[in-house]
Write a protein that binds this ligand. Structure first.
Ligand SMILES: [Zn+2]
Length: 405
């Protein structure tokens, strides 16, 4: 018995001293990091990714410069795109460092050239942001991204109360019935679809919240609004469900997925191909804002901007800073915070301010127009093939998330 205790104590003390030695070595490593004018000029979190832009010291432009995340026992390397004296991790906003892949650890974000490590200084006005990972067994990882001498990401297990993975928005509701055709209302259909999608995704293991839990209206902006809920519950993805209608009800038909400029389109692509392959419906015939089969990017046009400016002058507030690269659809724009140019800041007294308009953490959002309810053929499919739609959409989402985590 005594022997066992002695051996156990011996093993424990070896483990402790190895750990002490590792910590000692890591502290020494941090002390010896060079500080040579490498700066972060912008960073943000969109969806599940952290993206970074910065400046490099001109003396190093020819070298192979890497970004690394270094913890006491890990080193993860990222390639950078370098242009003169600036660097970007990715040109796509939903790309960069996949925060779902980090372990519970404290990581230091550094520049690595050959065998040398360099510190990154913070030129942004942001000091701390928080990301909550996908939930497993009522726990998620809480990642704190902060600057305190070093740029660090600390990940710890966290209780997932009040945190959700995905938000589903049933378009319209209440007095806003959306598109109508005979006795069919878009708001009722989106609600049925959203509820079914929630159920299916929940069965697949995700924690899902609806923006409206009843077949009622919900305000667009302000606390607990349709645009704020996804951020309030720290969701990673938002899907807003809609059905279309058109004056040209004979020829206009099919499915449209709306997304953003400068994004990796892989999830949008999975959604549209899964739907058209499994539901008796086709890619939309609509060509306005079309970027790729079934995928649309709708930004403000010059005429929209002129209209918005006229509204501002007529109602005595300063025009918003809207350009032709500002997303038009508020569900996509306002849920992404400053990254997607959210602008509803309360200056127009008709709308409550979006509490997250200037957030540095954004929800990756998609708007799905699942067919034209005033097209006879589409309507029949929408009414009869709900389960096929829900299977197609949920499996596309599940596959995308599993591939990325
Ligand atoms: Zn709609």
């Amino acid at each position: 018995m005594k022997k066992i205790i002695v051996i156990a104590l011996l093993i424990i003390s070896v483990i402790i001293s190895v750990n002490f030695y590792k910590q000692y070595k890591f502290k020494k490593f941090l002390k010896n990091i060079n500080d040579d004018k490498f700066n972060i000029t912008e960073y943000y979190i969109y969806g599940t990714h952290l993206n970074i832009k910065g400046q490099i010291n001109e003396n190093y432009t020819d070298s192979k410069i890497k970004l690394v995340l270094k913890s006491i026992d890990e080193e993860i390397e990222y390639n950078l795109k370098i242009n003169n004296s600036t660097f970007t991790l990715s040109s796509k906003i939903n790309d960069g460092i996949n925060l779902e892949k980090l372990n519970n650890n404290k990581y230091y974000l550094l520049i690595k050239i050959g065998k040398e490590y360099y510190k990154l200084n913070n030129l942004t006005k942001h000091k701390k942001d928080t990301y909550y990972s996908f939930i497993k067994n009522n726990k998620c990882n809480k990642l704190e991204i902060e600057f305190d001498n070093y740029f660090t990401i600390s990940s710890k297990k966290h209780n997932s109360n009040n945190i959700y993975d995905i938000v589903i928005d049933a378009g319209h509701g209440g007095t806003d019935s959306g598109a109508t055709y005979n006795n069919y209302y878009e708001a009722d259909l989106t609600y049925k679809y959203a509820k079914a999608l929630k159920k299916k995704l929940t069965n697949l293991g995700y924690k899902v919240k609806l923006t409206r839990d009843k077949n009622e209206g919900i305000k667009t902006y302000g606390k607990h609004s349709r645009t704020a809920i996804p951020n309030e519950v720290h969701a990673k993805y938002l899907f807003s469900i809609h059905f279309n209608s058109s004056e040209d009800y004979i020829t206009q038909s099919g499915v449209e997925i709306y997304t953003l400029d400068n994004t990796n389109l892989s999830l949008a692509h999975k959604l549209i191909t899964n739907i058209v392959n499994n539901v008796n419906i086709n890619y939309s015939t609509n060509t306005a804002y079309l970027v790729k089969k079934g995928i649309y990017i709708k930004n403000f046009r010059q005429s929209d901007i002129s209209y918005m400016n006229e509204q501002a002058y007529a109602n005595n507030y300063n025009p918003y800073n809207i350009t032709t690269s500002t997303p038009y659809l508020y569900m996509i724009r306002e849920t992404g915070g400053r990254i997607t140019n959210a602008f509803v800041d309360g200056r127009n007294s008709k709308y409550e301010a979006n509490p997250y308009y200037n957030s540095n953490v954004g929800v990756e959002s998609y708007l799905l127009e699942l067919g034209y309810i005033n097209n006879q053929r589409d309507l029949q499919v929408i009414l009869k093939e709900k389960n096929k739609y829900i299977d197609a959409i949920s499996l596309a989402i599940d596959k995308h998330i599993k591939n990325n985590s």
